[in-house]
Design a protein around this ligand. Structure first.
Ligand code: PA5
Length: 426
């Protein structure tokens, strides 16, 4: 379903030079023997998700859709990026779905928090609080504020009905609180880390609440599980992409710039930044992941990409077909000079922008470009794409000899902040 086009990477990359190492790593992933192997639960998750689990998520999602105007999804990092990516990508940025979805708990900004609480003051809302550890400060503060607001508005009993929790099966503050308060709870399996959790209830429950088809999304992921299960580079596009990234990194590139031609896919760029940045960026190694939206950013960063310090390569995620299209009308007077485009569609123009930019960046700017070619964006292809990137990321991180599943660097800012806030240790 995904074709990794390496025709524009300007290099003499040979697949065979990587094959031996790739086979070894493939075994490490499958036999769960590499560093961080206790967090490989996402690998065969697609074929393990049961219909009962999906039915329960859909049943609760129907309750949310039938009874509330707004769902507040409260989480940070892997506990919100996947859901937000899918909801924006599939519903669009100006959705007319009756259930509004707000993402909260990913900032300490007092202005944003104040505005959200003020907005929710007049709304009939439900909460899905998501935290594996149950102790993440941004999410915990946001949830405390939301819970207080809701209990004051509708009373403790009705608030209990409106709160859905997604957390670890046994441990953490949120688990304890849910047990005490009797909240309905979904489990994030303990062998799956936050940024690999989009296909668990962390992502799937809010996505179902958005009125999207999570069964199709899982079917796409099952398909990807089988498609990228092959150790041979000739037969595995996820691994092919991983070695191209590695090759470009080893040959002097330090930034991978994800390029999207759809504004509604901007959050996919954020999800990718977390997935690759947190998985690979350790021991002073790794590509810095960045993202742009074209053609918008061709009018800003485009200058740097074309002509600036040659530190980056681009990875374009290209969907051939648009879900909706718009024709450019003919005008007799042609005062804007646009009649040369009359009766063409915007998707045709967007495609030419993609092809022209590819030519300019590769052949004039000497910027290597990887193109990930897909046909149409829908639940199934997005589920497939999520899995494809997770598989690539595990292979890429192991090629760098780093543990893809921890994030020791993230703890450092927390320690410093807690010291300043006077939090007691332990
Ligand atoms: O990938 C990760 O593990 C992190 O980015 C987490 O998703 C993020 O820190 C949120 O953690 P938690 O779900 O424990 O609140």
């Amino acid at each position: 379903m995904i074709r990794v086009n390496l025709e524009n990477i300007i290099s003499d990359l040979s697949l065979s030079s990587y094959q031996k190492k790739v086979k070894l790593i493939d075994q490490q992933i499958k036999k769960k023997t590499g560093p961080g192997h206790e967090f490989l639960g996402w690998h065969d998750l697609p074929i393990k998700i049961s219909n009962e689990d999906l039915d329960l998520m859909n049943e609760y999602a129907q309750k949310v859709r039938a009874n509330y105007e707004v769902l507040v999804v409260c989480g940070i990092g892997g506990s919100y990026l996947g859901a937000r990516t899918a909801i924006e990508a599939l519903r669009g940025l100006k959705s007319n779905d009756p259930l509004e979805i707000i993402f909260f708990g990913q900032t300490f900004s007092s202005d944003y928090t104040f505005e959200i609480l003020r907005y929710l003051g007049n709304k009939n809302f439900a909460i899905n609080v998501i935290s594996k550890s149950g102790t993440t400060t941004e999410t915990a503060i946001a949830f405390r504020l939301l819970k207080n607001l809701l209990e004051k508005k509708i009373g403790k009993e009705k608030a209990r009905q409106a709160i859905f929790v997604t957390t670890d099966a046994t441990s953490g503050a949120l688990k304890k609180l849910s047990l005490k308060e009797g909240y309905r709870t979904f489990v994030l399996p303990s062998d799956i880390g936050g940024r690999y959790s989009v296909l668990t209830p962390v992502g799937l429950f809010p996505i179902a609440c958005a009125g999207l088809n999570i069964k199709e999304m899982v079917l796409g992921a099952i398909d990807a599980f089988h498609t990228y299960n092959h150790p041979s580079l000739e037969n595995n596009e996820a691994y092919k992409y991983a070695i191209a990234r590695d090759y470009l990194y080893q040959n002097g590139k330090s930034v991978e710039l994800f390029v999207l031609y759809e504004p509604k896919l901007l959050m996919l760029g954020e999800w990718l930044k977390q997935l690759f940045g947190e998985s690979e960026g350790k021991m002073k190694k790794g590509l810095f992941p960045a993202s742009v939206s074209f053609s918008t950013d061709l009018h800003s960063l485009g200058q740097f990409i074309q002509d600036g310090t040659p530190l980056l390569f681009e990875t374009i995620i290209h969907f051939e077909n648009a879900n909706n299209d718009v024709s450019i009308p003919f005008e007799e007077e042609n005062l804007d000079g646009l009649n040369y485009l009359a009766n063409k569609t915007l998707n045709e123009v967007n495609t030419k922008a993609f092809l022209g930019t590819l030519d300019a960046h590769v052949n004039v700017g000497q910027v290597p470009n990887i193109v990930l070619e897909l046909e149409t964006l829908n639940e199934k292809t997005l589920g497939h794409l999520f899995y494809f990137f997770m598989k690539t990321c595990a292979m890429s991180s192991y090629l760098l000899d780093v543990n893809p599943f921890n994030q020791p660097g993230v703890e450092v800012y927390k320690e410093k902040m807690f010291e300043l806030l006077g939090k007691k240790k332990g």
